[in-house]
Design a protein around this ligand. Structure first.
Ligand code: C5P
Length: 320
């Protein structure tokens, strides 16, 4: 998830420049990769039916991207990928990116490519903006389109409650809604200024600022994360995509309000949504909050997770 997600203006290449604080939490999918005669992807578990199978699957794309860079004999590169999902699909939790990162780690091991972590992260960036972070894990600052990473210094463990929402949100749709909301706000600001002072240079500057704010890292958030105090971190959580996600899913407003009323230190839409994340003071409070949110009927399911968690890692290698 993202503790801060500041979105800049749209770039020419279909992406947005951003500054984000990525935070990996303890909700994992399990990915198994085996050599095979033909490439295939099998998905089971949470929301499996809505995960693209075959070549379009992000994990399959990750395997092909690695093979293209690291294998000289492409004939040996076919793998069977099995994904057991626990991370909900298209939920703003970068589950697809996590599966792609796991596949990179597994294939890297299987093919003994000898790539360094940095080289692997470069391959990851070609697969998706969040895939390099899914490899790295922990808490990290992301820049560019999210693929340029700097590890962040964070003290302590944070206890979160995630409220899953029925249905999915498409990341490009949420970014597009963010642009639309900003353009509308900028047009309103321009109208107000024009009425006050007549059109001119000041009006254009106001419009540019409202439509395309330059993202910047929150130093207050970084200091709070170093302090390890969730009460300091909670109010500093921010997500520029939240108004867009809420505009597409108005019920999220109620979910966020319910969490705050039930004592969450911070309440935020995760990534492009629709999952909502609530920060609790400690493990016991997280348990209480999870129970209360469930009783309040917030979302379609509630889980407790901790952060920071590790990135994609090999759990076991079968001999052979
Ligand atoms: O990089 P990835 O394929 O995960 O991005 C999915 C989509 O999310 C992009 O096609 C784009 O619409 C949007 N996006 C963006 N700016 C970013 C990252 C993603 O607009 N920094």
């Amino acid at each position: 998830m993202n503790l801060q997600l500041s979105v800049g203006p749209p770039r020419g290449d279909g992406y947005h420049d951003l500054v984000t604080v990525f935070h990996a939490v303890s909700l994992f999918d399990e990915v198994t990769v085996r050599p095979a005669d033909r490439a295939s992807v099998r998905v089971t578990g949470e929301g499996a039916a809505s995960v693209p199978a075959g070549r379009a699957n992000l994990a399959a794309r990750a395997a092909r991207a690695l093979a293209a860079v690291a294998l000289t004999r492409r004939s040996k590169s076919a793998v069977q990928i099995e994904i057991r999902k626990r991370i909900p699909v298209a939920a703003g939790l970068a589950g697809g990116s996590a599966d792609a990162a796991a596949t990179l780690v597994a294939c890297n091991e299987l093919w003994r490519t000898g790539l360094t972590q940095a080289q692997l992260r470069e391959v990851a960036a070609t697969v998706g903006s969040d895939v390099p972070f899914a490899l790295l894990g922990g808490t990290a600052i992301g820049q560019g389109r999210g693929e340029q990473l700097t590890a962040a210094l964070v003290a302590g463990t944070y206890h979160w409650v995630l409220a899953f929402s029925a249905g999915a949100l498409s990341t490009p749709d949420v970014f597009a809604a963010c642009d639309r909301l900003r353009a509308a706000r900028a047009a309103r600001a321009e109208g107000e200024l024009a009425r006050a002072s007549g059109p001119g240079q000041r009006t254009r500057t106001a419009r540019q600022e409202a439509e395309a704010p330059q993202p910047a890292l929150s130093m207050e958030l970084m200091a709070a994360l170093r302090s390890g105090d969730p009460a300091a971190v909670g109010p500093l959580l921010s997500n520029d995509l939240q108004p867009a996600a809420v505009s597409l899913r108005p019920e999220l407003r109620r979910t966020l309000a319910a969490g705050r009323e039930l004592g969450a230190l911070g309440a935020i839409v995760s990534g492009s949504g629709p999952t909502c994340a609530f920060l609790a003071a400690d493990a016991d409070r997280a348990k209480e909050l999870a129970v209360s949110l469930t009783s309040a009927g917030a979302g379609r399911g509630v889980v407790r997770v901790r952060g920071p968690a590790g990135g994609a890692a090999v759990m076991a290698a079968e001999p052979g």
